[in-house]
Design a protein around this ligand. Structure first.
Ligand code: ADP
Ligand code: MG
Length: 233
């Protein structure tokens, strides 16, 4: 028998509700150590709700969530974050009224990823330090958001739509940053709708529609037409 890959995150039978309406229906997903897993699907299918449920940020939900073998289902968002599960929301999660430097200071936790690491590998960031979060372009905000997440020294980075609204050249740059981090062994769960971006990065893909996982598999085993069908508007 093949040894089972060790999971860093396991989500079982996730149901989520906003008020009386059910948004997610028995979502099962996992992220292996060192993997990049993509959760894809059209606008409104439930991707952000899935990520926020994992982070403990959705009040009405029913599921079981294991992170590094520990049951975190009932933990508070700040406890989950402290365990090294870092969420980067879809606009980057950068405080607009603070400088980039101040944003970094709030996130910094001891570990392998230091400000010097960020400046060395993503040199543009150094030039942005004195700028306010609110003055960054979409691409800069993304880069700063990912850097900020990295400075928490995460065990798992959860990133909501990293390529959304960015020009193709910037999307390639962000893909380069994330594939560099994958080489460092970082595990990631990302949502997105940009097919070339997903194909360049993801090891495994879950396709969501109407709050359910419809198809999943490795990038190689999922037929392109199937992926395109669920992403098409
Ligand atoms: N705070 C909220 N209150 C009520 N309904 C919401 C809320 N956030 C999202 N929804 C609804 O939940 C569904 C899933 O949304 P979301 O998880 O944001 O999808 P996605 O990230 O895939 O675009 C959508 O129908 C959306 O309108
Ligand atoms: Mg979303």
């Amino acid at each position: 028998m093949m040894p089972e890959r060790e999971n860093i995150l396991t989500v079982e039978r996730l149901k989520a509700f906003y008020g009386k309406s059910q948004i997610l229906f028995d979502v099962d997903l996992s992220v292996g150590k060192g993997e990049i897993v993509a959760l894809i699907g059209r606008n409104g299918v439930g991707k952000t709700t899935t990520l926020m449920s994992i982070m403990g940020m959705v009040e009405k939900r029913d599921c079981r969530i294991l992170f590094e073998g520990e049951d975190i289902t009932e933990r508070k968002p700040y406890q989950i974050a402290r365990m090294g599960l870092t969420f980067i929301p879809d606009r980057g999660g950068v405080f607009p009224n603070l400088t980039v430097e101040e944003n970094f200071a709030l996130s910094l936790r001891e570990g392998y990823f230091t400000p010097d690491y960020v400046f060395e590998h993503f040199p543009q960031v150094r030039g942005l330090l004195k700028r306010k979060g609110g003055q960054l372009s979409g691409g800069e905000r993304r880069l700063v958001g990912i850097s900020r997440g990295l400075l928490t020294n995460p065990r798992l980075l959860v990133i909501d739509e990293p390529s959304e609204g960015l020009a193709p050249a910037i999307v390639r740059e962000i893909a380069g940053v994330l594939s560099h981090l994958k080489k460092e062994g970082l595990s990631m769960l990302i949502t997105d709708q940009n097919l070339p971006f997903i194909m360049a990065l993801a090891d495994r893909i879950y396709i969501m529609d109407n709050g359910q996982i419809k198809v999943s598999g490795s990038k190689e085993e999922l037929p392109r037409e199937v992926i395109e069908k669920y992403l098409a508007v």
